[in-house]
Design a protein around this ligand. Structure first.
Ligand SMILES: CSC[C@@H](O)[C@@H](O)C(=O)COP(=O)(O)O
Length: 366
């Protein structure tokens, strides 16, 4: 997708052929800052500090992190350490572990001297695969939006989304936003309700930014406003992303997603979750078994924004010493999800639904 009219990705190999460029998402929307990752520590820091974030992008960054590690030490011990170190940076998005597992399977059988080149090649493939996967998610989701548009008599289809499951969370296109971009590009009128998504404001800082850059009409709303707009018939569908879907279809996503799903259920609004195959955790049955990341109190106690003089600053919004809990994700039970939009098509949010699209998993999931 584009920033200021220039085709951009969230992560790329630099022209030197080994260091890795990223867009720093902690500085958006106020400043466009790009960094270069040169070591595994740089990659781990980028994931932990959320310079890169979003389930698919975390996975791609981890893959490049292994490549950077193999460049300096391709031994068995270094490989094991790199995989363990990167895995512990963020616990909920299963794509991180999925990518590391893939790299382990690719690299472990190789002679150490072959590992760095193989790791770069595989990281590049994972990145390209993510682009194609997200493009396909969009093509399938577009059918749903097109159907809704038929009943709108020229009015826009109103889609609510939570957090950022856009191209900034992936390499390109996004998961939840890909159907929206493809609908917009094919001339269907769409309008997006963008949840602010406290505490880190991925909605106001990132989703609003990327929709504006692509020219998609949107309105930013406070997190608590979604239910109100659903009651007033202002939301035709909800599309969100996810960090992990269990084998029976429970969905972990950014904190607050569950409340949106409840409101959608109560108001008969279709609630779709867009995801790539790498987000399905076939080893977990119930959403309650998904590890939920707890983040620092400052994210709740403070907000970051731009001051009148243009400087970006963080300010306190609560009294010093205020006790805080800050779970970064919640779980939406499958029964509240209308369907999954995947790169293979759309299915019911259930074990049978998932297996209808991924029949090769039948023996593993039995
Ligand atoms: C396609 S991204 C899907 C999810 O990763 C996204 O909705 C989300 O919750 C991101 O959380 P974040 O904490 O910003 O990494």
């Amino acid at each position: 997708m584009k920033i200021d009219g220039v085709a951009s990705r969230t992560i790329w190999l630099q022209p030197d052929g080994w260091s890795v460029g990223i867009l720093d998402q902690t500085m958006l929307p106020h400043t466009i800052v790009r960094h270069t990752l040169r070591t595994i520590e740089d990659a781990a820091h980028a994931i932990k500090s959320m310079q890169v974030r979003g389930a698919p992008l975390i996975g791609v960054t981890a893959a490049y992190g292994v490549a950077l590690a193999m460049r300096s030490d391709p031994s068995d011990a270094a490989l094991k350490q790199a995989l363990g170190f990167l895995a512990e940076q963020r616990p909920t998005a299963v794509n991180l572990r999925w990518a590391l597992n893939d790299l382990e399977i690719t690299l472990a059988p190789l002679a150490p001297k072959a590992r760095a080149a193989a790791a770069y090649a595989r990281a590049g493939e994972i990145a390209e695969d993510d682009v194609e996967t997200c493009r396909s998610i969009g093509a399938h989701g577009l059918r749903l939006i097109r159907e809704l548009a038929r009943d709108k008599s020229g009015e826009p289809v109103n889609i609510l989304t939570h957090c950022n499951a856009g191209w900034l969370a992936c390499v390109d296109w996004g998961t939840a936003t890909s159907p929206i971009y493809q609908a917009h590009d094919s001339g269907i009128l769409v309008h997006v309700w963008v949840d602010e998504t406290r505490p880190r404001c991925q909605g106001s800082a990132l989703t609003a930014f990327e929709l504006a850059q692509h020219g998609v009409p949107y309105t930013l709303i406070a997190d608590n406003a979604g239910g109100h707009f659903m009651q007033r018939d202002c939301v035709d569908m909800v599309i969100v992303g996810t960090d992990r879907v269990t084998a029976c279809g429970d969905v972990a996503n950014k904190i607050g997603t569950y409340l949106k799903a409840l409101a959608a259920y109560d108001n008969g609004v279709p609630f779709y979750v867009a995801l790539p195959y790498s987000t399905i955790d076939w080893s977990i049955e119930r959403g309650t078994d998904i590890p939920i990341e707890e983040r620092g109190a400052d994210e709740v106690l403070r907000v970051q924004g731009r001051l009148p003089d243009g400087a970006v600053a963080s300010v306190a919004i609560s009294a010093d010493g205020t006790p805080v809990r800050n779970p970064a994700f919640d779980v939406t039970p499958a029964k509240l999800v209308t369907g999954f939009i995947t790169e293979r098509g759309i299915c019911e949010a259930s074990r049978d639904g998932l297996l209808s699209l991924y029949p090769e998993r039948k023996s593993a999931a039995a």
